[in-house]
Design a protein around this ligand. Structure first.
Ligand code: CO8
Length: 261
């Protein structure tokens, strides 16, 4: 965690779930360096905390995040952004988080906001969610993975449509296209995300982390490398006491009591 209290996010826990809420309401949670630093620090702290098994990143009803802070970027030069000290330096932290991170998205998830949601492991959307990569209207393109992660989620046609025309996708279309895993009424969003997180928290953490690592590997490299990577992790999990517990519980028709959570 940052030494001082965060100003652009709020952080809380519910049981073994760590919840980060983006909190720049006047700017529709536009992502600036301070917010991204605080978010990264909070997620890293939860990742290292043995009492936490899963995380949720969420925003407000109106906006998950309306993108990178345009005001902050407006006067940057090529040298400013290329040397990495400004927009790019703190966007990769979330990729290094090893426990699952769920994005609970209501309202706008635009530009960097859509990219941040896609960096999470899966997205649960409220029925008012709107996803978009409107950077083209600003004379730039997505810069935090939008042109790479969006096609992997929804394919080339929809990605090109969104990136080139700046058209937004509503929650129904996003679910149909595979960008989000579930859509729920707005007032049920946090219950749904917490429900999913609590399911994950009840499982064996080594297998949860291995599953996340294996699925993420499918987006890198070849199929045969990915399958081999999965197989090795699969084999390794037979070294855990939780595998013995999980299988014994099934065989004996009882609930498993995993030790490594
Ligand atoms: N940055 C800064 N301020 C913002 C942003 C933003 N992205 N979005 C909204 N705001 C501010 C507005 O300026 C406004 O402030 P004020 O009240 O002081 O005028 C306030 O939030 C409310 O916004 P609106 O009045 O515009 O609210 P509306 O409901 O009318 O519209 C929209 C909501 C449609 C979301 C609209 O605000 C909008 O289009 N916002 C910009 C969306 C956008 O273009 N996002 C992409 C930004 S660029 C980007 O994300 C690049 C990421 C690259 C990351 C690279 C890292 C490696």
């Amino acid at each position: 965690m940052t030494a001082t209290s965060p100003e652009c996010i709020t952080v809380r826990t519910e049981g073994r779930v760590g919840i980060v809420t983006l909190n720049r309401p006047k700017q529709l949670n536009a992502l600036n360096n301070q917010l991204m630093d605080e978010l990264g620090a909070a997620l890293k702290a939860f990742d290292a905390d043995q009492d936490i098994g899963c995380m949720i990143v969420t925003g407000s009803e109106k906006a998950f995040a309306a993108g990178a802070d345009i005001g902050a970027m407006a006067t940057y030069t090529f040298a400013d952004v290329y040397n990495g000290d400004y927009i790019t330096r703190n966007w990769e932290t979330i990729r290094a988080i090893r426990k699952p991170v769920i994005a609970a998205v209501s309202g706008f998830a635009l530009g960097g906001g859509c990219e941040l949601a896609m960096m999470c492991d899966f997205i649960i959307a409220a029925d008012n969610a709107k996803f978009g990569q409107p950077e083209i209207k600003l004379g730039i393109i997505p810069g935090a993975g939008g042109t790479q992660r969006l096609p992997r989620a929804v394919g080339k046609a929809k990605t090109m449509d969104m990136v080139l025309t700046s058209r937004m996708m509503d929650a129904t279309e996003a679910e149909r296209a595979g960008l989000v895993s579930r859509v729920v009424p707005l007032d049920k969003l946090m219950d749904e995300a917490l429900g999913a997180a609590l399911v994950i928290c009840g499982l064996s953490l080594p297998s949860v982390m291995a599953a996340k690592e294996a699925v993420n590997r499918s987006f890198e490299g070849t199929l045969s490398d990915g399958v081999m990577f999965e197989r090795r992790l699969f084999h390794a999990l037979f070294a855990t006491e939780d595998q013995k517990e999980g299988m014994d519980a099934f065989v004996n028709k009882r609930k498993p009591d995993f030790k490594n959570r």
